[in-house]
Design a protein around this ligand. Structure first.
Ligand code: GLV
Ligand code: MG
Length: 324
């Protein structure tokens, strides 16, 4: 291990993160009763310009008056390039800061963006005498944000998570798609000619690099990496496949832009019983190996060693966290 110690963000369950428009208060109670681990009340892209002020009021009221139980509550503020943003922060933190766990910052581009919001939130918290510190979640969804993702991840002690905002990322990088997430048949390779002269097409995942880059920056700074939206809420199979790819890369959760996606995210982002059982067997086998003075042994015909302990512990700790 490096001599550099990575401080981990507070351990929160973040398998599913439900997006709820701040302009749709009729959805709030249902969201509060859902199985989502985290809810973000949106003041940004799901809210039309004319509704911004009312949405802000709805969100403040909802944070103060609705029983959200043990859910982690977040508010997505508007971007730093808009004039809505300062009032989002000032009004929401001043008037509902005690029930707010996280602020989600969209389209964050540089470490200085994080610094600016940190400064503002710190002043408000101090003025109000809040004892709890509000954490930050950042959506990496522009070319600039992806270029600076490591600096952004390290920019504040409030940072808790990085989210891949695939829709805005596609727009910012001018990717040729109008879908929100998912695969694209044009991102494919052709095999060499098969025996019958035909060629098979293998679709690729055009988001692989971006998501993998984000996971590395998040983990190197002790933050949770999360995959963002999957727009086609009538395609649970497609959602599950995207969530599985993200989970395999190291993501802890995925957004739900529709209530039907919450259960899918919770399921995919929880280690299966088989995975946990195997992880426990690895830990037992390594304990036995250590007692016999061995560093590496074989389990079910495969080599395991000290790195296997660290891998297995990740799964066992996650299962423990889910069990509560
Ligand atoms: C999320 O905000 C996205 O742009 O995908
Ligand atoms: Mg976006």
């Amino acid at each position: 291990m490096s001599f550099h110690v990575i401080t981990q963000a507070p351990a929160r369950l973040n398998r599913s993160e439900l997006a709820v428009p701040g302009s749709a208060p009729q959805m709030f109670e249902k969201a509060a009763a859902s199985e989502a681990d985290v809810i973000f009340l949106d003041l940004e892209d799901a809210v039309a310009p004319d509704d911004k002020a009312q949405a802000r009021k709805n969100v403040i009221r909802a944070l103060n008056e609705i029983d959200w139980g043990k859910k982690t509550m977040s508010v997505r503020i508007n971007g730093l390039d808009t004039h809505y943003m300062y009032r989002d922060v000032v009004d929401v933190v001043e008037q509902a800061g005690e029930r707010l766990d996280l602020i989600m910052i969209p389209k964050v581009g540089t470490a200085a963006d994080v610094y600016a919001v940190d400064m503002l939130v710190t002043q408000i918290e101090d003025a109000k005498g809040y004892r709890k510190r509000i954490g930050f979640e950042h959506i990496i969804e522009t070319a600039l944000g992806m270029q600076n993702v490591s600096a952004i991840a390290a920019a504040s002690k409030r940072n808790e998570s990085l989210h891949f905002g695939v829709a805005d990322y596609a727009a910012s990088t001018r990717a040729r798609t109008t879908n929100i997430g998912g695969v694209n048949p044009d991102y494919a390779v052709l095999t060499d000619r098969l025996e019958d002269g035909s060629r098979a097409v293998h679709w690729g995942d055009m988001w692989h690099y971006a998501l993998a880059r984000l996971v590395v920056a998040a983990r190197a700074n002790g933050l949770r990496p999360l995959d963002g939206p999957f727009g086609d809420f009538n395609d649970p199979e497609g959602y599950r496949a995207a969530a599985k790819r993200a989970a395999v890369l190291g993501c802890e959760g995925k957004w739900a832009i529709h209530p039907s996606q919450i259960a899918l995210a919770n399921e995919v982002m929880s280690p299966s019983e088989a995975e946990v059982t195997r992880a426990k067997r690895i830990l037992e086998a390594m304990e036995k190996a250590a007692a016999e003075g061995k560093g590496a042994v074989s389990l079910d015909g495969r080599l395991i060693d000290y790195a296997s302990i660290r891998q297995a512990e990740v799964l066992v700790q996650k299962a423990r966290q889910i069990a509560g």
